[in-house]
Write a protein that binds this ligand. Structure first.
Ligand code: SF4
Length: 273
C-alpha cells in the first residue's frame, strides 16, 4: 500500500520501547521495504538513546535505512529545556505541547507504522472493549482508545498502520521471548514503560523514581523553570510560583501549591490553559 500510494517504503516510527521493537521485527519478517525513524525528544533516558543508536547501527548493517530526527519548532532547533521558557509553562497532563513538538514529528506524504496499542489506553483497560478498524482520524503516538488499525490524516497527507493495536501485554512479551528480540535494557531494570524522564503523563511515584535514577534531568528541568520564570517576568505575567522549587513541586503535584492552577493568557500565543 505504501509503494502504491506514495511510491516509497513504509516508515516505522521507533520510540525505543518494546512495541517499536516488535513492529520492526514484524516488518523484517514480512520482507517488505521499510525504513525506521526515531524522534529525539531530548528528555529520553540515556539508555534509550544508546539503545536506539545501537539498534539503528544493526539495522543499517542489514541494509535498512534508519535516521534520527532532531526536534524543531517554528523552523528552529528546540529541546525540552528550551521549549519550556518559550511556552511560558511546564508541560502538564492536560497541556502536552511537548508531545506535539518533540515526539510526534513532522512526517508527511508517507505511510507510517507505529506501535500504539489499545492495551496501553487507560480508558480501554477499564472498559475492556474493542472498536472496529474504521472512522476516527488521529495522527500521533498516543495510545488513545480511539486509535485504529488504519488511519489517515489529510493535513499531513499521511496514512498510518498500527499493526499491533489489539495485542495485549502478554502477547507482546511472549512474541519478544519467542523471537528472542533485544529490547531496551531499562525493561530488565523494572521499568514497565520507557519514555521521557519525568513525563507528566506518568504517575508521581514513577516520576520520582525517574529523578532518583537520573538526577541531572531534574536539574535540567529546574534550570528550564528558572528561564521560564524569567521569561514570564519580562512579559509582566503574574503567577503563584516564587522560584524554581515552587514550579517543580507544583509540577510534581507535591501539594506545596495546589495541583491545578488556572492561567489566563499566560501561555505562549496568549492561550488560556
Ligand atoms: S512522552 Fe511525556 S514528556 Fe515526552 S513529549 Fe510526550 S508528554 Fe512530553
Amino acid at each position: 500500500m505504501s509503494l502504491g500510494y506514495y511510491k516509497k517504503p513504509l516508515i516505522l516510527t521507533d520510540s525505543g520501547g518494546k512495541d517499536s521493537s516488535v513492529c520492526i521485527h514484524l516488518a523484517k519478517k514480512a520482507g517488505i521495504p521499510f525504513e525506521v525513524t526515531h524522534n529525539h525528544t531530548t528528555a529520553d533516558a540515556p539508555e534509550t538513546v544508546r539503545f536506539v543508536r545501537e539498534q539503528f547501527h544493526e539495522l543499517e548493517n542489514e541494509g535498512i535505512h534508519c535516521y534520527i530526527t532532531p526536534p524543531r519548532y517554528k523552523n528552529k532547533p528546540v529541546s525540552m529545556w528550551t521549549l519550556i521558557p518559550i511556552k511560558l509553562m511546564p508541560p502538564t497532563r492536560i497541556v502536552r505541547y511537548c508531545c506535539d513538538i518533540l515526539k510526534e514529528g513532522t512526517i508527511k506524504d508517507s505511510f507510517i507504522v507505529t506501535g500504539v496499542r489499545w492495551a496501553e489506553s487507560i480508558k480501554r483497560r477499564k472498559r475492556g472493549i474493542y472498536e472496529s478498524p474504521h472512522g476516527e482520524v488521529i495522527l500521533s503516538n498516543d495510545n488513545d482508545d480511539k486509535r485504529q488499525l488504519f488511519e489517515s490524516c489529510r493535513v499531513k497527507a499521511a496514512r498510518v498502520c498500527n499493526p499491533i493495536i489489539d495485542w495485549d501485554n502478554d502477547e507482546v512479551w511472549d512474541y519478544i521471548k519467542d523471537e528472542k528480540i533485544t529490547v531496551n535494557p531499562l525493561y530488565c531494570e523494572g521499568w514497565n514503560r520507557v519514555g521521557c524522564i519525568g513525563c507528566p503523563q506518568a504517575q508521581t511515584s514513577g516520576r520520582n523514581r525517574d529523578f532518583q535514577r537520573w538526577p541531572k534531568y531534574m536539574e535540567m528541568y529546574k534550570k528550564a523553570f528558572d528561564k521560564m520564570l524569567q521569561a514570564r517576568k519580562e512579559r509582566g505575567l503574574q503567577c503563584a510560583w516564587k522560584d524554581r522549587e515552587d514550579v517543580f513541586n507544583w509540577w510534581m503535584e507535591n501539594d506545596v501549591l495546589s495541583g491545578q492552577m488556572l492561567m489566563f493568557d499566560n501561555m505562549e500565543g496568549g492561550q488560556n490553559v
